[in-house]
Design a protein around this ligand. Structure first.
Ligand code: SAM
Ligand code: SF4
Length: 386
């Protein structure tokens, strides 16, 4: 088995074990989720046409919100107390515009495995001190040679692609940086032809890249998506590269990711009417830039609480929030959606289901979870009725 695949496989097994521990049945235990995704800011310096929050195809701009210094500090403290190990800074804005995030990662980032997903436009804010405290810095390049960079990202003035490339090369001078830097590429009809340049650049830098077809659910965003023929061509292109000799482990993994992403997109269009067991509340809850704590990125319908009013630890340990998280793990049995986005959620089919297929075969534990769900549910119903 290739070394990188083995590492990926091993870390998924480890995560699976941590998830079993996170599914603890004691609401007072200091056991938080495996990872927390944090939107440090909803502000952005770009207006990518495919972005649900900032697209230049939308007439209105969203309000630029930032998590404050104090909130970020107390959040890091609570996450540490709950033994959370992984943090992802992404969300619906550009994380590197948040001074509070940068300051906190520099001061306390060593205690976590941190990934920042950035558009690269403000990469000059990443100095060695910040970079040292990151596990990954993923840059959404979305262009292989710069031709499509401006049109995709919707900004005026000079083309920023060369500056981003220079900044990446500056960081690559730091020892081991190629293991931390990853490239992200949303494939659209406009940048589809630049994929070969992306592959060459990633091979030259020996970094991993993840390229996946754009998703455009909103009618206003359609028209620049990939058709089936383009997806098939991409899949073939990745297969041809994979057949070549002397591929590095990182390049080979990235090409496999393209193939997987092309397949996910095919199945994406087949809307499922089934409900699946969802464990996301235990492995990937989401904090929005206004401080709301959600079960996942789609959970706005049912916020668990807000960090401007209560600490993360207190929100996390509330009985009704635990009940809601466990309720989502039972959707396949109860046929009750946690909230409306659950019905067609693609993530549940690719993440939770893989875990569930193993977890459901472990003796005793799934039964305990089901019982706990019933008990917490009836406690909450009793209190509401009282
Ligand atoms: C919303 S952005 C926030 C982080 C940062 N501003 C960035 O662009 O990387 C998070 C990720 O979602 C991706 N994304 C946004 N809209 C998308 C879409 N319609 N289809 C696929 N990926 C999308 C972005 O490329 C980025 O990788
Ligand atoms: S850079 Fe990220 S947040 Fe900004 S518009 Fe593009 S996808 Fe949206």
């Amino acid at each position: 088995m290739d070394k990188l695949f083995y590492k990926d496989f091993k870390s998924n097994i480890f995560r699976g074990l941590k998830l079993i521990r996170a599914l603890n049945l004691d609401p007072n235990a200091a056991v938080g989720p495996i990872r927390v995704e944090i939107a440090a800011s909803s502000a952005c310096n770009y207006r990518c046409w495919f972005c649900a929050s900032h697209s230049y195809l939308y007439p209105d701009r969203i309000e630029p919100l930032f998590l404050s210094d104090e909130l970020m500090r107390s959040l890091f403290n609570d996450l540490k107390k709950l033994h959370v190990t992984e943090l992802l800074f992404s969300g619906n804005g550009e994380p590197l515009l948040s001074k509070a995030m940068i300051r906190e990662i520099k001061q306390n980032g060593k205690k976590f495995l941190i990934e920042i997903l950035s558009n690269g436009g403000n990469l000059s804010a990443v100095d060695e001190e910040l970079f040292r405290n990151l596990q990954y810095l993923t840059i959404s390049l979305n262009s292989g040679n710069g031709k499509s960079h401006q049109i995709t990202h919707g900004y005026k003035g000079e083309n920023q692609f060369p500056g981003i490339v220079n900044n990446i090369e500056r960081l690559l001078n730091i020892s081991g940086a190629n293991k931390k830097i990853k490239l992200n590429y949303v494939i659209t009809a406009e940048n589809y032809e630049e994929i070969d340049d992306l592959i060459k650049m990633a091979a030259k830098w020996d970094v991993i890249f993840s390229a996946r077809p754009v998703k455009a659910d909103d009618q206003a965003l359609r028209g620049k998506t990939l058709d089936r023929q383009m997806l098939e061509n991409l899949d073939k292109k990745a297969t041809q590269y994979l057949a070549g000799s002397n591929l590095s482990g990182r390049l080979s993994l990235s090409l496999q990711l393209i193939k997987r992403a092309c397949q996910i997109n095919y199945q994406d269009s087949v809307k499922s009417t089934k409900l699946y067991p969802c464990y996301v509340g235990f492995f990937d809850p989401y904090i929005t830039s206004n401080g709301d704590v959600l079960i996942c990125v789609s959970g706005q319908e049912h916020p668990f609480g807000n960090l401007n009013e209560e600490s993360f630890q207190s929100i996390w340990q509330k009985r009704q929030n635990l009940a809601f998280r466990i309720m989502a793990t039972q959707m396949h049995k109860t046929n009750q959606m946690a909230f409306s986005a659950c019905r067609n959620c693609v993530n549940v089919q690719y993440h939770s289901l893989a875990f569930h297929n193993i977890y459901s075969k472990i003796p005793v534990l799934p039964g305990l979870l089901e019982n706990r769900s019933r008990k917490l549910d009836s406690n909450i119903t009793d209190k509401k009725g009282a």
